[in-house]
Design a protein around this ligand. Structure first.
Ligand code: APR
Ligand code: PHB
Length: 392
């Protein structure tokens, strides 16, 4: 058994874990990151790609914005499509200048990973059988196996940044945690292709046949999604079937302009809303997907992970600088306020744009609401303010 000791053990090297590690490096808090997957696997995951201004600011504050500033694509508006029409909602004009930036989570993770590689603090990839111990005391520890060797790390705080299926939340006794969740009767079938995007701004489409989304990764790489059945098998969907269905769900003027090409990635993701409360259990704090999941409508998952890290790093710094144990509880309260506001918007936008049932009455009401939010200053402002993200 190899013994180490550090101030904070961070479990998970996704965007939440890496951003926290870099922030703590800068604050002079010693830390170790443990990731169960290989680095190449983590870097190959394709996920969403829209950053709120708040997230861009957080990435800048930790020096992870060089490529983001060069390659990120600022979006000054978002498009809502329904009833064969397309309506723009201006972002900056409705939010005092705040906008969003298209930059793939895959790229964000790579930038964070490169930055972390320069830290003297350790990152262990392929760390197997991670177990959390004694986080209800002031002397927690974490054990794991790697390359046939066993490790034991004593620490003062454990940060669970290991996603929805991770070990951190699962280690909390059932009676100490409250779970709030909702699943949706559909999934998203996503396709990535090296073709120019159909629109310079993201399109969220409500159609009789179901939801569709047009997004991008660059001016030559597009990301499209369509609502599908939750139990659909991705192998049932040929590229041609996907493109046909997408065109059927968009206003004709948009559908006519779509450039198609072979998929470079195609996958189905379920939609769910999920929140764990609280986010602190003694010396364990949860952040990112380990703590909450939002449906992808509105692209809030990655952004919420970064706001958690903003609050968590402040709390951890106060814990070490001022010996303020209560700061960890304040992390939970502060982060959860923003989590619930963002949950509300993600749930709302999912309801507004998706087809839940065959009920035509419900569909007409959604079209009327889309008419309202796109045609009134109040409606446009509500969508824009939420889309660019709530203030920290
Ligand atoms: N031990 C160590 N690492 C683990 C374990 C475990 N038992 N279980 C999971 N992990 C790792 C995963 O392999 C992954 O690399 O934790 C990491 C969690 O990363 P993400 O799932 O990306 O979650 P997070 O960092 O919170 O990022 C927020 O934003 O767009 C959303 O869901 C999307 O990933 C995204 C999220
Ligand atoms: C994406 O680009 O993958 C994307 C964009 C907007 C969303 C979800 C995903 O709401």
């Amino acid at each position: 058994m190899a013994y180490y000791s550090t101030q904070v053990v961070i479990i998970g090297a996704g965007p939440a874990g890496l951003a926290l590690a870099i922030k703590l490096d800068q604050l002079g808090v010693e830390n170790v990151v443990l990731e169960k997957r290989a680095k190449e696997y983590v870097l190959a995951r394709v996920r969403a790609g829209i950053l709120e201004q708040t997230s861009v600011d957080i990435l800048s504050s930790i020096g992870a914005d060089t490529r983001l500033n060069e390659e990120g694509i600022p979006h000054h508006g978002v498009q809502l499509a329904f009833d064969n029409t397309l309506t723009k909602i201006g972002l900056g004009v409705n939010t005092g200048g705040k906008i969003v930036t298209a930059y793939g989570q895959t790229e964000v993770t790579k930038d964070l990973c490169d930055l972390r590689a320069r830290s003297p603090n350790k990152t262990f990839y392929e760390a197997k059988d991670i177990s959390l111990h004694d986080f209800d005391t002031s002397a927690p520890s974490v054990t794991f196996n790697r390359d046939g060797k066993s490790y034991h790390i004593d620490c003062q705080i454990i940060a669970g940044c290991d996603g929805y299926h991770g070990v951190s939340r699962a280690s909390v006794p059932k009676g100490a945690i409250n779970i709030f969740e909702k699943s949706y009767p559909f999934g998203w079938l996503g396709l990535l292709a090296d073709v120019p995007p159909v629109s310079a701004e993201i399109i969220y489409a409500n159609a009789d046949r179901g939801f569709a989304l047009c997004s991008m990764r660059s001016w030559s790489r597009s990301r499209y999604y369509i609502q599908c059945k939750p139990d659909d098998d991705v192998k049932q969907w040929s590229d041609d079937m996907f493109w046909d269905e997408l065109r059927h769900r968009l206003p004709e003027a948009v559908a006519d302009k779509i450039q198609t090409g072979p998929s470079i990635e195609k996958s189905i993701a379920p939609l769910r809303s999920f929140v764990a409360e609280p986010l602190r259990f003694g010396r364990l704090v949860l952040a990112g997907d380990a703590a909450h999941i939002v449906p992808p409508t509105g692209a809030k998952g990655l952004n919420l992970a970064f706001s958690d890290i903003y609050y968590a790093s402040e709390a951890i710094a106060a814990f070490f600088d001022e010996k303020d144990e209560e700061a960890l509880s304040h992390y939970s309260e502060r982060a959860l306020k923003r989590v619930w506001k963002t949950q509300r918007f993600s749930w709302y936008l999912t309801n507004l744009t998706h087809r839940f049932t065959e009920d035509t009455f419900e569909q007409r009401v959604k079209e009327a609401e889309l008419g309202y939010v796109t045609s009134t200053p109040t409606g446009r402002q509500m969508i824009a303010e939420n889309y660019v993200g709530m203030p920290l």
